[in-house]
Design a binder for this molecule. Structure first.
Ligand code: GLA
Length: 692
């Protein structure tokens, strides 16, 4: 059972999940120092943890004991988590403990600065196997915030350290990197105003000896969809930890007397059972504590973006809708270019009414058609953006992020609307509310196709506040739309997977994983994505072959088997598919619907060349193989999470398998010959006493 306790004698806080303990204490100077993050400890054991040596005897020693939140006060030389400049010119926060409250797994420890009337609350909340941390600030004097990370985390001394994280770019998101952690400081960051394709706000550290199923892993993820920074430090003396939060270096914020400043959550998980164990804890956390509708099965989507691009018309959408419905699609989404003068990427963004040439009678005829075909209807929107060639920009050129006398840098021919301005955010909320309400829109694909530049707001007292307030306004609009339209579901998108994080997932249902729909490339993207995000939020379309982006030719079944590992959609030009391909697609969509609860609600185990999902008595294995040289041995897939004493029947071939043998030596999938071979295996446990 999760619990939070305080031992007054040793001044030690102990937080326990079912499999983890986290311990910190107050040193003689009231500094909150880190003591333990790992296996479960009792209160007595926690109180006996060795305290760090008295700090800072010499300025040439190490960086001092690991603190729960490093400041700049006194002889501290590590990356500060909290940098505050006071009106008298002083810097740094010198901790004085004020007390704490414990409320159903939520611990708040209150401190104030030794000199200034400035308070810091350290928040800890145990949720399942995950510990959520954030901070709150209050001040009676105006201060400048130079940095305010949500938390600093420390791992035990290990003989080596390895860092896992994800990097990438447009159409190559979520590439998993696993490298020795260098002695020094490693910064993972986005300075783009959005989570970014280039780095995702999570990391894992292990001793270099963990694998998918064994070894200790410590992992953290930040719930924030704007700029962010995590700095991992490995000291020459051998200790390792990291500090992270919103904002990137150089941004400063004013905190006025009476204001309450709260950071986003930086969550952490300890897994004694490898990277797979860490991932499953994250998946459980996202489903149990983050997603608004975790138990709902995600519908099979059709989206015509790759089929028609900007050449949207009522007629082609209707024709595609008919074919999509026949293939078993449940949600038809009309992508870009249905509104204003948007016939390419250089005009119309901001003018959110149906394009009168393309939809002379509004959207109703198409929506009625889609509903008549038994599908739900969704629309692409990009509320935070504007093309200069738009009625909106002509009317409100001051609504965009800009700086006086500076150019307004165009990216994809568009500018960013400043949602930190209440009037701009209110405008966006109003038209979205009307659009969803008037048309009974079931689903929004909410896009964000360029980073911030010239991020200024002339006249605002606190210029850099917009980096935070913009994100919070997006969150608030999404939250209000969901509250007012309970049927509405939202997909997070930013030129593909550029806004994938625990913050956006708290108000969306799935993520557009990547604009790269090449099934071969998707295997790596999905592998990285799965490190912390669960299959049910990973939107994956089957598109055309050759793939429009990479020109790679792959069989339809391979494209399906890769996409079936997430929330399946179709995105190809169905008008060009042969009757045989359409029939095969319909059969595979049907097959997906059968395995959907297992994929979307089950436990995930990454396999050597595939992925396994287990849900109740059902097991699904999706296996795939790219081009291989002749003679390359096919190794059996060692399944996990099955009952070693149980027996399992292959639902397609009828073959019987012992659970123990599925785990070792494993299951040899029957992969067809040729490049891009793949298969789907469905197993079901035989009930006890079954005579089979
Ligand atoms: C982004 C999205 C695509 C598509 C286009 C439309 O790139 O990631 O899926 O919606 O915008 O312009």
């Amino acid at each position: 059972m999760p619990s939070v306790t305080f031992d007054a004698a040793s001044r030690t806080y102990l937080l326990r999940t079912s499999t983890t303990s986290y311990v910190f204490g107050l040193d003689a100077e009231d500094t909150p120092v880190h003591l333990h993050w790992g296996p479960v400890l009792t209160q007595e054991q926690a109180a006996s943890l060795p305290r760090p040596a008295a700090p800072r005897a010499s300025s040439f020693d190490g960086v001092g004991p690991a603190e729960e939140l490093g400041t700049e006060a006194g002889a501290r030389f590590g990356t500060p988590s909290l940098q505050i400049a006071f009106p008298d010119g002083a810097r740094g926060v010198d901790w004085r403990h004020l007390g704490h409250t414990i409320d159903e797994g939520h611990l708040t420890v209150r401190f104030r600065d030794a000199v200034q009337p400035f308070e810091v609350d350290l928040h800890y909340r145990v949720r399942g196997d995950v510990l959520e941390r954030w901070i709150g600030l209050r001040s009676e004097v105006p201060v400048t915030i130079l940095r305010c990370d949500s938390a600093a985390w420390s791992v035990p001394s290990l003989s080596g350290y390895r860092l896992s994280h994800a990097t990438g770019g447009w159409s190559a998101e979520h590439q998993l990197r696993r490298t020795d952690l260098t002695v020094g400081e490693t910064t993972l960051t986005s300075r783009r105003g959005v989570t970014s394709h280039h780095a995702n706000p999570w990391l894992a550290v292990d001793g270099g000896d963990a694998g998918e199923r064994h070894g200790e892993v410590w992992s953290c993820a930040l719930a924030w969809s704007g700029s962010w920074r995590v700095t991992v430090t490995r000291t020459p003396s051998g200790s390792t930890g990291w500090t992270g939060g919103f904002g990137h270096e150089g941004l400063t914020w004013r905190l006025e007397p009476g204001e309450e400043w709260v950071t986003p959550v930086f969550a952490g998980v300890y897994a004694p059972d490898g990277f797979g164990g860490a991932s499953r804890r994250w998946h459980d956390h996202v489903t149990q504590n983050v997603l608004p509708e975790p138990d709902e099965l995600r519908p099979v989507v059709y989206n015509a973006w790759e089929a028609v691009g900007f050449d949207v018309a009522e007629s082609n959408q209707k024709e595609l809708a008919v074919l999509a419905a026949r293939a078993g699609v449940e949600l038809f989404v009309m992508d870009d270019a249905w509104f204003g003068g948007r016939t390419g990427d250089s005009a119309g963004l901001g003018d959110w009414w149906p394009n009168p040439d393309r939809f002379p009678n509004g959207l109703a005829p198409l929506i009625d058609e889609v509903h008549g075909l038994g599908m739900r209807f969704g629309l692409w929107v990009e509320p935070e953006m504007v093309n200069p060639d738009s009625d909106l920009y002509r009317a409100h050129p001051d609504w965009v992020l800009h700086m006086p006398g500076r150019p307004r840098t165009l990216l994809r021919n568009q500018l960013v609307l400043n949602f930190a301005r209440p009037d701009v955010a209110d405008w966006a909320h109003k038209w979205l509310h009307r659009l969803v309400g008037e048309h009974g829109v079931d689903f929004l694909k909410w896009d964000f196709n360029r980073a911030f530049t010239e991020a200024g707001q002339p006249g605002a007292a606190d210029q850099d506040r917009l980096w935070i307030d913009h994100v919070r306004a997006v969150y608030s609009i999404m939250d209000r739309l969901r509250a007012d339209h309970p049927h509405l579901r939202i997909e997070a998108c930013a030129g593909g997977g550029g806004r994938t994080d625990l913050g956006i997932l708290a108000r969306t249902d799935q993520v557009w994983t990547s604009d790269n729909t090449d099934a071969h490339d998707r295997i790596a993207i999905q592998h990285g994505f799965s490190q912390i995000y669960p299959a049910r939020v990973m939107a994956a379309w089957v598109t055309d072959s050759p793939n429009p982006l990479t020109r790679r030719v792959t069989p339809l079944s391979f494209r399906f088997h890769v996409a079936m590992a997430g929330a399946l959609g179709l995105g190809g030009d169905l008008l060009k598919w042969t009757p045989a391909e359409l029939a095969e697609a319909a059969a595979l969509v049907g097959r997906y619907k059968e395995i959907r609860p297992v994929v979307q609600l089950g436990r995930q185990d990454r396999l050597e060349y595939g992925v396994q999902y287990t849900y109740g008595d059902q097991v699904v294995v999706l296996a795939w193989r790219g081009p291989v040289a002749h003679g390359t041995p096919l190794v059996p897939l060692r399944l996990a999470g099955v009952d070693p004493l149980g027996r399992y029947r292959d639902e397609d071939t009828g073959a019987l398998h012992h659970g123990a043998l599925l785990m070792a030596p494993g299951l040899l999938p029957d992969l067809p010959a040729g490049d891009y071979a793949s298969t789907l295996i469905r197993l079901r446990a035989l009930g006890p006493g079954s005579s089979d």
